[in-house]
Design a protein around this ligand. Structure first.
Ligand code: FMN
Length: 161
């Protein structure tokens, strides 16, 4: 699947079969994240790949539907970097597209306002000076939801608004 096809196909998928995901596919997804654009090339990110069922059980307090994810990727950012939120968002979107290209469903789970942020940081051993930006569950999809999107003609402006 080429990049444009994966971008068009990507949707937030919240129902997974519970099947495990091969380690090499998880590495490909994280690799797409680490290659994202980043302000001044600061690359202020780390990615924790959680496949352990007991840990997934704990993280699913944030959303029950993560239960059947094959993995949850926690995106950890260095907030001392000026563009940490933008950089993290770019990395997450790259991972969502990569997961789609590999045939997996994924979803962005809330932002750095996650009410369980501190609790999750402790559980995952995140250093005190870092922030948990978001969780990205990845799984074998049960279904591929359709989603209404604004049309290109509604949002595109040529030369002026
Ligand atoms: C910043 C951000 C936070 C999101 N947080 C959640 C969330 O907490 N739970 C959830 O189920 N989906 C979450 N989503 C997914 C959005 O609901 C989804 O992207 C949106 O409805 C558009 O659907 P699509 O991704 O299928 O195109 C989030 C998306 C973004 C970009």
């Amino acid at each position: 699947m080429d990049a444009l096809e994966a971008i068009r196909k990507r949707r937030s998928v919240r129902k997974y079969t519970g099947e495990p995901i091969p380690r090499e596919d998880l590495e490909k997804i994280v690799d797409a994240g680490r290659l994202a654009a980043t302000g001044s090339n600061t690359q202020p990110w780390d990615f924790i790949v959680v496949t352990n069922r007991a840990m997934i059980e704990k993280l699913k307090v944030a959303s029950e539907w993560m239960d059947k994810a094959g993995a949850i990727i926690a995106v950890v950012m260095d907030p001392s970097s000026r563009w940490w939120v933008e950089d993290g968002a770019a990395a997450v979107e790259n991972m969502l597209i990569a997961a789609t290209a590999l045939g997996y469903g994924s979803c962005w789970l809330e932002g750095y306002t996650l009410p369980w942020e501190k609790e999750f940081e402790t559980l995952l051993g995140v250093p005190l000076e870092k922030r948990l930006l978001t969780l990205v569950p990845v799984g074998v999809p049960v279904e591929w939801p359709a989603k209404w999107k604004k049309s290109l003609t509604e949002v595109i402006h040529w030369e002026k608004y």
